[in-house]
Design a protein around this ligand. Structure first.
Ligand code: S3P
Length: 173
């Protein structure tokens, strides 16, 4: 029976990019929870404007619950574990953390210097506001402990390319 791989970590830590590579290497498809929320409800800024962060979290939790393969599904697809790239706030809800505990949960560790280029002019993440790097650091400081506690393994992604990170995850899996 195969165990799903969950990617957790702060905004812009590379969860989606690494997830796509990893899914390719494992011959399975990537489940990207942000993409599923967007497909069902519209862009993330639109969702925040219409329903607030609380509304976004509700949608995110629904998608998480639907994305986690049941034991029967995992047994039926013995060689193809799901790869699930989560949003940076997925670890906030206890119900989500319980779901994450069913899989091999990989925390993509990064820091402010490493994400700086990727979030410089970001308009897709409402929580980053008008001073993205400062907001990123503040949010990361509040969540870093949760990421650590939820993780099965921690992969230090700093200075590494997505392919190297995917390789490190496979070596640990
Ligand atoms: C969020 C992270 C985003 C997205 C939303 C909220 C967060 O996903 O879910 O903007 O609370 O950290 P990424 O981690 O893929 O940026």
């Amino acid at each position: 029976m195969s165990t799903p791989i969950f990617l957790i970590g702060p905004m812009a830590s590379g969860k989606s990019a690494v997830g796509a590579l990893l899914a390719g290497l494992l011959g399975t498809t990537l489940i990207d929870t942000d993409a599923r929320v967007i497909a069902a409800h519209g862009s993330i800024p639109e969702i925040f404007a219409a329903h607030g962060e609380a509304g976004f979290r509700r949608f995110e939790s629904e998608v998480m619950a639907a994305a986690v393969p049941t034991q029967a599904q995992r047994e039926a697809r013995a060689t193809a574990p799901a790869v699930v790239a989560t949003g940076g706030g997925s670890v906030l809800a206890e119900a989500n953390r319980e779901l994450l505990a069913h899989g091999f949960c990989v925390y993509l560790l990064t820091d402010e210097a490493d994400v700086a280029q990727r979030i410089g002019a970001d308009t897709t993440r409402p929580l980053l506001g008008s001073n993205p790097l400062e907001a990123w650091a503040r949010i990361f400081a509040m969540r870093s402990d949760l990421y650590e506690r939820t993780a099965t393994v921690i992969i230090d992604t700093r200075g590494k390319r997505p392919g190297q990170i995917a390789g490190a995850i496979l070596a640990a899996y």
